[in-house]
Write a protein that binds this ligand. Structure first.
Ligand SMILES: Cc1ncc(COP(=O)(O)O)c(C=O)c1O
Length: 371
């Protein structure tokens, strides 16, 4: 546990569902409340003042992604970013893992229906993920992009972004859904052309926060088909004319976002920056190692990669001969919050998760012995 980081949160010890939703810090809650309270007393300075939080959030996201604000745009969620990317590819084939979260499926299905890019589905080995070998085996001349999760939502498999970039070469686009890893896994984001994340999970910023970064290659090759009135040049000039899309990442803006959620996003990103991604990552890895041992010791079957460098903060497992719903009941009784699926359970701790969480999981699983 990263004690100085943990001191910012009120999250219950047994909360192990960060892959679904990350309870925000007191800082993020206070920033939200402050911004909202300001709106209640709005005068001629309030809206412009609050909107400055968007620049601050954009700059912080850019720093964490290893780029600058001109290559970064705030988004209301990850899905919006994937739609921008998918509809921006004019034509050709895009490699997409069938095992990915559907947020990385529907945008490509929609683009195919519109007669633009078509997905070619990749089928990783169960428990594995998208490897350079799998990509090379499916690569043909008509492939223009690979769209992949940095960290698999089901197993926590961590993609090797550098190796994937090498596999597709410098001219194809590497589009990365980073929501399950950004801020908690120290990945080489600059290997990607597009990095997209929502802030509601591991970044702990609350819903309706997120961002994308676009490389120069992405700015050049992705058509800005969803650019709205806030994504163009001379935004404040309402002259009835069509303005060209902004030359930078702002071209992915459809309309103004909430400055209230931007305030929360800023607080969340700055907290990550202060405590550093490597320190957060190390604390999570320690909990994952302990949880893996506890689950294995109680007869659990691990579905996640067991090599630390191949995984991030997600541990999926089954307990043979036990319905996941029953296992969940035992975990709930110990104050543990897992993700419950029909075929498995998922535990996802954060750097604020105390060792006590593992003890609770062990107690819950031992209560099922012989049942
Ligand atoms: C890998 C992945 N991508 C995208 C999403 C959805 O993100 P958003 O709600 O920000 O669109 C999820 C949510 O569970 C996810 O796990």
């Amino acid at each position: 546990m990263l004690t100085s980081y943990a001191a910012h949160f009120d999250t219950p010890a047994g909360y192990l569902d960060f892959a679904r939703f990350g309870p925000p810090s007191r800082d993020a809650v206070a920033a939200t409340a402050r911004a909202m309270e300001e709106t209640a007393r709005a005068d001629h300075t309030t809206v412009d003042g609050l909107m400055r939080a968007e620049d601050t959030a954009r700059e912080a996201a850019a720093r964490l992604a290893g780029t600058d604000a001109a290559h970064t745009v705030l988004l209301p969620n990850a899905s919006t970013g994937v739609f921008h990317a998918a509809l921006g590819v004019r034509d050709g084939v895009v490699l997409v893992p069938r095992s990915d979260f559907p947020a990385n499926h529907y945008p490509w299905r929609r683009s195919a229906h519109l007669g633009r890019a078509t997905p070619r589905w990749l089928d990783p080995e169960p428990g594995g993920g998208v490897t350079p070998e799998l990509v090379r085996a499916t690569l043909t001349d008509d492939v223009v992009a690979l769209s992949v999760s940095a960290v698999d939502f089901r197993t926590g498999f961590r993609a090797d972004l550098t190796a994937l970039r090498e596999a597709i070469g410098p001219d194809r686009l590497l589009i990365v859904d980073a929501i399950q890893g950004f801020g908690v896994a120290d990945l080489p984001w600059s290997a990607a052309d597009v990095v997209i994340a929502g802030g509601q999970k591991w970044l702990r910023a609350g819903w309706s926060t997120g961002f994308a970064t676009l490389s120069d290659r992405a700015l050049e090759h992705l058509e800005p088909v969803l650019t709205g009135w806030t994504g163009v040049e001379h935004v404040g000039l309402f002259d009835g004319a069509e303005h060209p899309p902004a030359p930078d990442a702002r071209r992915w803006s459809i309309t103004n976002l909430s400055p209230v959620t931007a305030a929360s996003f800023t607080a969340a990103l700055e907290l990550v920056e202060r405590h550093t991604v490597p320190a957060i990552e190390a604390a999570i890895e320690l909990r994952i190692t302990e949880l893996t041992e506890a689950v294995t010791a109680h007869g659990g079957h691990i579905l996640s990669p067991t090599t630390p460098s191949h995984r991030a903060g997600i541990l999926s497992f089954t307990l043979p001969d036990h319905d996941p719903a029953l296992v969940a009941k035992a975990l709930h009784a110990e104050g543990v919050t897992p993700t419950v699926r029909t075929d498995s359970l998922r535990l996802s701790p954060h750097a604020s998760t105390p060792p006590e969480a593992t003890e609770r999981v062990a107690t819950a699983l031992s209560s099922l012995r012989g049942r």
